[in-house]
Design a binder for this molecule. Structure first.
Ligand code: NI
Length: 186
C-alpha cells in the first residue's frame, strides 16, 4: 500500500469519464488499498480513482470509522433532496452548499467481484453521489447553484494551488486539510 498524490482541479483526469473495471485481480485490490490509505492520510470522507490519476470506476469512503469501497457503481436516487456543505480533496479549501438527493442506493461490486448494494442516506448518500460523479468526469462545483458556482470559480482562480504545476499534470505530494469545519472531504 502507498499514499498517492491527489490530483487537483485543472488536471484533465478529473473531467474524463472513467472506464469500467473488467478484471478483479490483485492490481485492483492494491488500487483499493492505495485509495483507502490516501483518503485516510488526507484526510477525507471519500476518494475516487481518477483523483489519484487512475481512470477506473472505483471509489472508497470512510464514514463513522467505517471504510467502504465500490466498483462499477450505478445509483438510484430519491426525489427528496438534502442541503449541506460539501468539499473535495481535489479542491483544497473549497466548501459550498451542494444540493444532493437525500438517499442513494448504489449497486456495484466489491474488489472480489461480488455484487454489493450500498443503501445510504444523508452523508453516505452525499458521498456515493459525489464519488460516482467523479467516475463520470463530474466535479462537485458542477452541482452548485449558478451563483455559487460563479463564486467557486472565482475562489479557485484566486487560490494559490490553481494553475500550479500540480494542476498541469505534475503531481508532487501536497498535504492539506481543507475540511476542518465538518471533516467532510471527498
Ligand atoms: Ni471529490
Amino acid at each position: 500500500m502507498s499514499i498517492q498524490p491527489i490530483r487537483l482541479f485543472g488536471d484533465p483526469v478529473l473531467t474524463t469519464p472513467a472506464l469500467e473495471v473488467t478484471t478483479f485481480d490483485k492490481e485492483l485490490r492494491t488500487l483499493v488499498a492505495d485509495l483507502t490509505e490516501t483518503m485516510h492520510d488526507a484526510p477525507g470522507a471519500g476518494l475516487a480513482a481518477p483523483q489519484i490519476g487512475v481512470g477506473l470506476r472505483v471509489f472508497v469512503w470512510d464514514i463513522d470509522e467505517f471504510d467502504g469501497h465500490l466498483i462499477n457503481p450505478s445509483l438510484d436516487l430519491s426525489e427528496e433532496l438534502q442541503d449541506g456543505d460539501e468539499g473535495c480533496l481535489s479542491f483544497p479549501g473549497l466548501l459550498y452548499d451542494t444540493p444532493r438527493a437525500f438517499r442513494a442506493v448504489a449497486q456495484g461490486f466489491n474488489m472480489h467481484g461480488e455484487p454489493v448494494t450500498i443503501d445510504g442516506t444523508e452523508l453516505l448518500a452525499r458521498v456515493l453521489q459525489h464519488e460516482t460523479d467523479h467516475l463520470n468526469g463530474i466535479v462537485f462545483i458542477d452541482r452548485l447553484l449558478k451563483k455559487d458556482r460563479k463564486e467557486a470559480m472565482k475562489e479557485i482562480r484566486n487560490s494559490d494551488w490553481f494553475g500550479s504545476e500540480i494542476a498541469q499534470g505534475n503531481t508532487p505530494v501536497v498535504k492539506f486539510s481543507p475540511h476542518s469545519m465538518l471533516g467532510l472531504g471527498n
